[in-house]
Design a protein around this ligand. Structure first.
Ligand SMILES: [Ca+2]
Ligand SMILES: [Ca+2]
Length: 529
């Protein structure tokens, strides 16, 4: 059985020898080529000519080729003149755009080049159809390698004018024509210090965009991607116009959703339909999964995502999805309709550290007054010259006089986590003669606290309670009591803050500092205070 194998070996030997011989010949054959001329681009000079940029690729060492045509070489242009300033000394390697020459539009010129006897010449032809010389932008983004969820990071996007490849053109690009976008953030504004005073970005100059924002964790990693473009005209290449940078994100990715509820009108009559808008906002630092958002609205059984809203996928920090529901108003509902909506994240199986960490904005209450029987007369307009008169053009010189407002927050200065408590808000107009109009009292529910009730006529959205006080006569006071529960997990001291505003830019603020004693030991269920 060894016979055939030996025969194959014997036959293979001369083949190997032949292949070896051929391989030795390859360099000689491969070098039997000329220096190659190239045309990079053309650009109109504004006087009926095109300026063409030529270069070359020399596979040899430095080679001299004189202008003209002889038995051994060729280096000339057609049509004449033969000498258009092209090189006669060719350096090794590729050299794009080493010289330029003008020729009339709608004609062509050809550079002929041979540096070895007896082989075909190489040519490069420039004409009106040769590609135009174009500028090039190059984008780069840098950012931190690591970050902690929720903390702020800084990224820097750099867009450099990379010149006009293949030419010596040094024309700038207007900054106004450069549009740079960060994925998820939209169009960026360049750092003022990087914008040239004349608004023209010259070759070699760069715009920088400094971007700050929270580290958000998606599987422990965050990627920032940026891209730039010319809004007018073309570039040499767009393959270098995008870049991205990854950050490894550590720490707890806290979730915080906030909810609101707004009826389509503050009042309704039987027979009408009220539409309730329920926005859910991602108030936390990390994206959340829309499919894991739970909205509980017992009074709104037909609550559904508003048209066009996504029902799955991520909800970015700061982004809102909206739900809507309608309720037909019946005579049985005369009085006040109150709708309480709640938001939560995940299910019973969701680990504690991945649930909503801030309950202060988890509940919202909306009310509608259902008016039955005789219609309420429209309140008369405020008397002329009162504090509510807006400054109107051509209004006979009416002046807006701001009332003197005063507001306080009072209540316990020490509470224990889990207990029921409350605060009293006072809104007062201390003016002697000026009425306060469009008066509005706002109260921010502190972190770790939640409202147990909302006064009539008030709305609660994302932890901000807004009460429309309306007109407050000179010397008048309005007092509002709010029931609060201190969250069982509350550990931080808080400030209760109230802000009173009215027409004519009148405002006042009040605050109350409260110490919170955390619960020691295991949590007790059903804390009733
Ligand atoms: Ca580019
Ligand atoms: Ca929340």
């Amino acid at each position: 059985m060894s016979h055939p194998r030996r025969r194959i070996s014997r036959r293979a030997l001369p083949l190997i020898a032949a292949a070896g011989a051929a391989a030795l010949c390859v360099p000689a054959v491969a070098t039997a080529t000329s220096i190659k001329p190239s045309v990079e681009c053309v650009i109109p000079d504004g006087s009926g000519n095109l300026v063409a940029y030529f270069g070359y690729d020399n596979p040899y060492g430095t080679t001299n080729v004189a202008v003209g045509s002889t038995d051994v070489h060729t280096n000339y242009f057609t049509p004449g003149p033969e000498d258009r300033g092209q090189p006669t000394r060719f350096l090794p390697g590729k050299h794009p755009g080493v010289f330029k020459t003008a020729f009339p539009e709608n004609t062509s010129i050809t550079w002929h080049l041979v540096n070895i006897t007896g082989i075909p010449e190489h040519t490069a032809t420039a004409s009106s159809s040769t590609k135009r010389c174009l500028p090039n932008l190059v984008l780069d983004i840098t950012g931190p390698a690591t970050g902690t969820a929720g903390q702020e990071g800084t990224w820097v996007v750099t867009v450099t004018h990379g010149g006009w490849p293949g030419s010596d053109i040094d024309a700038p690009v207007p900054v106004s024509k450069i549009e740079t976008t960060l994925a998820g953030r939209g169009v960026l504004v360049p750092d003022a210090a990087s914008v040239p005073a004349d608004g023209q970005l010259k070759p070699g100059q760069a715009l920088t965009y400094t971007v700050k924002g929270p580290f958000v964790c998606v599987n422990g990693r965050m990627v920032q991607s940026a891209t730039t473009k010319l809004t007018e005209g073309q570039e040499t290449t767009t393959s270098d116009n995008s870049d991205s940078t990854p950050t490894t994100v550590t720490g707890t990715c806290t979730v915080d959703l906030g909810i609101g509820v707004t009826p389509s009108a503050p009042t309704a009559t039987p027979g009408e339909t009220v539409t309730w808008t329920v926005p859910v906002t991602n108030a936390g630092p990390t994206p959340v999964e829309i499919g894991d958002i739970r909205v509980v609205a017992p009074g709104l059984p037909n609550l559904t995502p508003a048209p066009g809203m996504p029902t799955s996928g991520p909800l970015a920090p700061g982004a809102t999805i909206t739900f809507i529901a309608t309720t037909p108003i019946t005579p049985a509902q005369c009085g006040t309709i109150t709708n309480v909506v709640r938001v939560g994240y995940g299910t019973d199986a969701t680990p504690e550290n991945q649930r909503d960490t801030n309950p202060a904005n988890d509940v919202a209450i909306g009310t509608v007054q259902v008016i039955c029987g005789a219609p309420t007369p429209t309140p008369p307009p405020p008397p002329a010259g009162s504090g509510g008169t807006p400054l109107t053009p051509g209004g006979g010189g009416a002046q807006c006089v701001a009332p003197r407002l005063f507001t306080t927050v009072s209540g316990p200065q020490r509470v224990v986590a889990g207990q029921l408590t409350g605060v009293t808000l006072v809104a007062r107009n201390r003016s002697g003669r000026v009425a306060a109009t469009s008066t509005r009292l706002r109260y921010t529910v502190p972190a770790g606290f939640s409202l147990t009730s909302v006064p009539e006529g008030a709305s609660l959205r994302n932890g901000l309670l807004t009460l429309e006080v309306g007109k407050l006569a000179p010397g008048a006071t309005r007092t509002v009591r709010l029931g609060l529960r201190v969250n069982r997990t509350a550990v931080r001291d808080v400030n209760h803050r109230a802000r009173l505003t009215a027409a004519c830019s009148a405002s006042a603020t009040g605050a109350l500092a409260t110490q919170v004693t955390p619960i020691g030991g295991p949590l007790q269920p059903n804390v009733t205070g």
